[in-house]
Design a protein around this ligand. Sequence first.
Ligand SMILES: NC(=O)c1ccc[n+]([C@@H]2O[C@H](COP(=O)([O-])OP(=O)(O)OC[C@H]3O[C@@H](n4cnc5c(N)ncnc54)[C@H](O)[C@@H]3O)[C@@H](O)[C@H]2O)c1
Length: 374
Amino acid sequence: MQQIGVGLIGTGYMGKCHALAWTSVKAVFGIGPKPRLVHLGEVTAELARQKAEEFGFERATGDWRDVIADPDVNVISITTPNSFHADMAVAALEAGKHVWCEKPMAVSLADAERMEAAARASGKVAVLGYNYIQNPAIRHIHALLQQGAIGEVNHMRIEMDEDFMADPDALFYWKSEASSGYGAIDDFGVHPLSLITTLLGPVERVMANMSKPYADRPLKNGGRRMVETYDIATVLIELANGASGLIALSRTAWGRKGRIAVQIFGSRGSIAYDQERLNEVQLYLTGDKPAEQGFRTILTGPLHPPYDRFVPAAGHSLGFNDLKVIECHELLGAIAGKKTPVIDFEQGLEIERTVHAMARSHHEGRWVTVRNPN
Ligand SMILES: NC(=O)c1ccc[n+]([C@@H]2O[C@H](COP(=O)([O-])OP(=O)(O)OC[C@H]3O[C@@H](n4cnc5c(N)ncnc54)[C@H](O)[C@@H]3O)[C@@H](O)[C@H]2O)c1
């Protein structure tokens, strides 16, 4: 295939990120089909036209079903709020399109199962937007773990914190509505779970506590509305490989902007990483000379693929949008029939099961086994 027709639904934060990825993936990687930006959907025809002009799409619509029905579209980016993912992804797969859908997969487990079944039945590629696993730094951590560089892993901790909802007077919006999901565990927790799945394997059981720092928030046109989601969560986890772990999540952590602080402890060393410094890996090895033991900082460079596709010089730093370009490239590889490092709907469903096990654990005050929640 020399060209691949792209449809985009939603043009906010992630919609722009997908559009940038589709625009630059061929220039960055050189191989694969050239994306043709065919059809863009938004809530109104006017907004769609404006965004199509900005992003370089040929056609625009105020009805997302037009994007799916377009015969020139082969793959659809879904970047709308969570509650739309299931209907849009299932419709796209049933129409024979490949899907690149933002995380979390869906709000309810039944919807996530419906999406996974539609992907399986369609035979099309269906991938979720778990961009952080695409970071060359994370790939290097994966390689270190595979090589046994830090011995047997016995414990891991991931803290994911941002402050975009920290202000008690920030307006009520869709992320405070129950229709968007539980809150921190599905909005945020799915990212640490994508890293755990990729680096350490499946989660066996969880014990979670969720909290609401602010009971209500102001409405745009006056008055206040009760907050329906939990902005904070703390989750003890046990991995299938026997290691223990902790995930701590907050959307209301003043001062934290994009923190995903990962610590992995093994029998012969430790690895640390923080998304706020996404080009650095901290490595501690007991094999170092005793008097010189300490965390070393590894700056990513051309020796950490696919960093080399962006910049030929080490230490010049990739950014968040570059991770999405890598994800887009891996999606195209999967469409070409290759086995690539993406989280598809089948693996995504495991992440959703873990999220729902966390919520159940909170409500029932007990450990919940992911595969057998009852
Ligand atoms: N992968 C990541 O790191 C990451 C980061 C942020 C958000 N997300 C996910 O991306 C998704 C979107 O989040 P966002 O922050 O971009 O939201 P946003 O509010 O910035 O953008 C959503 C867009 O979807 C449009 N939209 C809503 N309903 C629509 C419909 N029926 N038809 C067409 N367009 C519609 C809105 O007008 C808006 O432009 C969410 O699922 C979110 O969880 C992922």
